[in-house]
Design a protein around this ligand. Structure first.
Ligand code: SF4
Length: 560
């Protein structure tokens, strides 16, 4: 098939804080250099008018970034030094923070807020709004930003990345071209920067083909499930509360969060480790249960849900980061594991990684050399940066919680006193799916059934209702973007051994066992998918592969 080609200088895949931060920083470095050459301050050659392109699979920029987050402004402050008068559209400064411990019916506020959860000097912000604003600033600075451009394949010449292929449009569910068929174009670039978010499709392709995970620990993920509520009374914006306890026991890693924003908005959610032994683990149900606690119920009294979403969080930290450079390639943000799980923060690290990548690309452009030998200085820059310092101090944090809650707390204390070292450094790690136990091993009987809970439609919602709140939509007549590599395993082995846990761990009711010819068959309701990627991480046989659907598909979170 003939495909159009588009040549750019630098391509950023995914319009999140890492890519947009990188593109903005690069545009400024290039602009400053060109001015210095023009004015004679610099004797070298100008770089001319470079084409910097950011592509994004979602319908609009920010559509896949769900509202509330607490932002450490450090990286934004550095990024915006070169952009006079520009300030991020934060929602409100943090006014109070606290840790609450929840038992089944009671709550108490911890006398001290643990240092990693102290947020004074930070801001509550809508991530969707921040990303949209960064994209607008990028366009003002000559960067092209294209939504509905899903990159489906990395293009290689030998071991060098030369660009990406965009997915075809107008293909029917059987793979045949429809009347509106448009073949995806190939975007060719001197350097391709992957900032696709956690478990990026192209990042996985690069990791496998170029062996970027060699010598690294497996990544550990959690899932964050959240809703944005609006309540009918005045609440102070800028309250940041984290919770431990109910409804989780001491076997799983996780906890809740409540952030308040202007217009009486409450951003609340629940984070659960995707390395649980429980084959019935259902983060959506745990979150619904969380809201029934008297402490949370009171906060939400009389309110209504405005939005719902879910996303995996890469928590493995320093030892789980892949090699994030190769010939023609850099990996930034969540795709490379730039996230501090102890502080539950990644936006500042994502932006910083984008900036370090930009400085490296600038150097490569001056040299005209885009090989791994030159791009390796991204790694060197990271090792000398505050981002490394921050991640180094928590390098064994999440690993300790694979040994249970109390062990995790004990190790965290020791790590705090030893600059992250703890009792053993590094602590070993298992991939999450490998920790899941079979029904008979977890419950002591092979035919154990997972518990469900009733939903009242006011405080608690079933998955389909929540999918409605996420504004998720996909073209129905297209190939299913969730590739099941072996249905036979689903229908036989998995049913027997794990009870088809995809029905539980998916927070959007995509996987459903239905009766067909007196047999239970897996039905994949792909149009519900909120792109959280939990199935790709958690499936015990690793036979579910998440791929990008046709451009524009997925959630359309409201940017409040
Ligand atoms: Fe998340 Fe997979 Fe369910 Fe989509 S199908 S919502 S990626 S778990």
């Amino acid at each position: 098939m003939e495909r159009e080609q588009l040549e750019v200088d630098v391509l950023f895949v995914g319009a999140g804080p890492a890519s947009l931060g990188g593109a903005l920083h690069l545009s400024r470095l290039v602009g400053k250099h060109n001015e210095a050459v023009k004015s004679g301050q610099h004797s070298g050659q100008g770089l001319g008018d470079l084409t910097l392109l950011v592509i994004e699979k979602s319908r609009g920029i920010g559509s896949h970034a769900l509202s509330g987050a607490v932002v450490d402004p450090r990286a934004f402050d550095e990024l915006l030094e070169g952009f006079d008068g520009e300030t991020p559209p934060y929602d409100s400064p943090v006014e109070d923070d606290a840790l609450y411990i929840l038992s089944k019916n009671k709550s108490f506020r911890s006398a001290i807020t643990p240092p990693p959860l102290r947020n004074h000097g930070y801001y509550v912000a809508s991530l969707g709004r921040l990303v949209k604003w960064m994209a607008e600033l990028s366009e003002k600075n000559g960067i092209d930003v294209y939504p509905e451009f899903p990159a489906v394949e990395l293009l290689f010449e030998g071991d060098s990345v030369i660009g990406v292929r965009i997915g075809d449009k107008g293909v029917d569910k059987d793979g045949n071209p429809k009347l509106n068929f448009e073949p995806g174009i190939d975007v060719l670039a001197k350097v391709t920067v992957l900032g696709e978010g956690p478990r990026g499709t192209l990042t996985l392709q690069a990791e496998r083909r170029l062996n970027l995970n060699e010598g690294r620990h497996p990544q550990i993920y959690s899932i964050g499930v959240k809703e944005i509520w609006q309540v009918p009374r005045d609440i102070q914006p800028g309250l940041v509360y984290h919770t431990l306890g109910f409804p989780l026991g001491t076997q799983e890693f996780g906890g809740g969060f409540i952030y308040t924003m202007n217009n009486n908005l409450i951003d609340l959610g629940y984070v659960v480790g995707l390395d649980s032994e429980n084959p019935c683990l259902d983060a959506h149900h745990l979150f619904q249960e969380f809201k029934t606690h008297p402490f949370i119920r009171e906060i939400l009294e009389g309110g209504k849900v405005l939005s719902y979403g879910a996303k995996i969080i890469p928590e493995g930290g320093y030892y789980s980061m892949p090699r994030f450079y190769a010939n023609g390639l850099l990996i930034v943000g969540d795709s490379a594991g730039f996230l501090n799980a102890q502080r539950l923060k990644g936006i500042h690290l994502a932006i910083k990684s984008g900036m370090l990548a930009a400085e490296t690309i600038f150097e490569a452009l001056l040299k005209g050399d885009y090989s791994a030998a030159t791009l390796k200085s991204y790694q060197d820059r990271f090792e000398k940066s505050w981002a490394k310092g921050e991640l180094w101090r928590v390098r064994n944090f999440r690993q300790a919680f694979q040994r249970g809650f109390w062990s995790g707390m004990f190790h965290t204390g020791l790590q705090f006193l030893t600059n992250g070292r703890g009792l053993k450094d590094p602590l070993s790690t298992m991939p999450g799916h490998a920790r899941m136990k079979k029904l008979k091993d977890y419950f002591g009987k092979p035919d154990a059934e997972c518990e469900t809970m009733p939903f009242d439609g006011r405080l608690t919602f079933d998955k389909l209702t929540d999918v409605y709140f996420s504004n998720t939509a996909h073209e129905e007549d297209q190939p299913c973007h969730l590739k099941i590599l072996d249905f036979d395993i689903c229908h036989n082995r998995c049913t027997r051994e794990y009870g088809n846990p995809c029905q539980h761990f998916c927070p959007a009711h995509v996987y459903e066992m239905v009766e067909q010819d007196n047999k239970a068959r897996l039905q994949v309701n792909f149009s519900n998918c909120v792109h959280c990627k939990t199935c790709d991480v958690m499936d015990p046989y690793q036979i579910i592969v998440w791929t990008p659907p046709e451009g524009g598909g997925g959630p359309d979170y409201k940017n409040m």
